[in-house]
Design a protein around this ligand. Structure first.
Ligand code: NAX
Length: 326
């Protein structure tokens, strides 16, 4: 019998968590032989709703769910955590400027970073989903000096999955056959989904599609605005697909991507000219918690331009929160 893996989920009474925690508990993250213990964090006023989520988890009778607890204290939530999904965040309120949003979230992710630093397993793997995800992850990482920067990543997998599905439709291929797709940069409409290197069954997608106008005028903007399109259609933001992407990114990270390129936002080591520590979406492979960046990919003129747009946004976000980290 394997010992349980301790998994913390924040924003656990929210809509993404409502799709996420049941899949984690069912074994969709770590497999049917790996018991998990869930600790669910949300605000004090959400503890009642959280109790309801726990009642439903109980009613699923998942054999892999070895235990669970709810709390409003980050230090309790992250105690000995092996894995943490930071989903909860302050949403943008009416009349709130981007600066205010960054500030409000900086506060949350400073507190949570410190709590991780103090209480989590030294090998914890932290995936930040709550927006602005890249900069929130940067703040959590900077607030956890005793943990390796490699413990932190931000979610760009939903954008990656959205891009893959759209490419599969356009090229008339099965989505599962797509390899070497990249989404660069920030999880925001500035992200750069890039299929210049992508292949299916050994054939280049760029050759199969061969339509640069479609790339620039349809594909990139549609992927970038997909979140808004879902809100428009559903009357609520992406939840099940976001939870699915969180499972995908964490599973590939801690179990392995088996040589397949996946996009992850990780702390920059300076490659591709991204200043160190900025959480930037890059192609990686991963095996048992160790991420290897795919480096040295060529940039043409258009790619350079797109890359700079999303990088500049992340630099601005970093600079806007710098005074809060001192
Ligand atoms: P909900 O508003 O349904 O749930 C958020 C939950 O977080 C609430 O229960 C709230 O009480 C809780 N919360 C707020 N502050 C907290 C704190 N300091 N500690 C613990 N819990 C706290 O939002 P939901 O739809 O679940 O979305 C969650 C976050 O994911 C949002 O920030 C959203 O913007 C972001 N997203 C990120 C995506 C990505 O690809 N990176 C895509 C989907 C999603 O938009």
């Amino acid at each position: 019998e394997k010992s349980p893996v301790r998994i913390a989920v924040t924003g656990a009474a929210g809509q993404i968590a409502y799709a996420l925690v049941f899949r984690i508990a069912s074994g969709a993250l770590l497999g049917p032989d790996q018991p998990v213990v869930l600790t669910l964090l949300d605000l004090p006023q959400m503890q009642g709703a959280l109790k309801g989520v726990m009642m439903e988890l109980e009613d699923c009778a998942f054999p892999t769910l070895a235990g669970m607890a709810a709390t409003d204290d980050p230090k309790v939530a992250f105690r000995d955590a092996d894995i943490a999904f930071l989903v909860g965040a302050r949403p943008r309120g009416k009349g709130m400027e981007r600066k205010d949003l960054l500030g409000a979230n900086a506060e949350i992710f400073t507190v949570q970073g410190r709590a991780l630093n103090e209480a989590a397993s030294r090998d914890v793997r932290v995936l930040v989903v709550g927006n602005p995800a890249n900069t929130n992850a940067y703040i959590a990482m900077k607030s956890a000096p005793d943990l390796s920067p490699a413990c932190f990543s931000a979610m760009i997998r939903l954008d990656h999955n959205r891009a893959a599905s759209m490419l599969a439709g356009k090229a008339g291929i099965d989505v599962g056959t797509i390899e070497k797709l990249v989404v660069w940069g920030n999880h925001s409409p500035t992200m750069y989904p890039d299929y210049r290197f992508a292949e299916s069954g050994g054939r280049k997608l760029a050759a199969m599609i061969d339509d640069e106008a479609w790339n620039r005028e349809v594909f990139i903007p549609t992927v970038g605005k997909r979140g808004a399109a879902v809100i428009e259609a559903r009357g609520a933001s992406s939840a099940a697909s976001a939870a699915n992407a969180a499972i995908d990114q964490m599973r590939d990270w801690v179990v392995g991507s088996h040589g397949k390129w996946v996009s992850m936002a990780i702390a920059s080591d300076g490659s591709y000219g991204v200043p160190e520590d900025i959480m930037f979406g890059v192609p990686v492979t991963a095996e048992r918690g160790v991420v290897t960046r795919i480096s040295g990919l060529a940039m043409d003129e258009f790619a350079t331009e797109r890359f700079a747009i999303t990088l500049n946004e992340l630099k601005e976000e970093r600079d806007a929160v710098a005074h809060l980290l001192a």
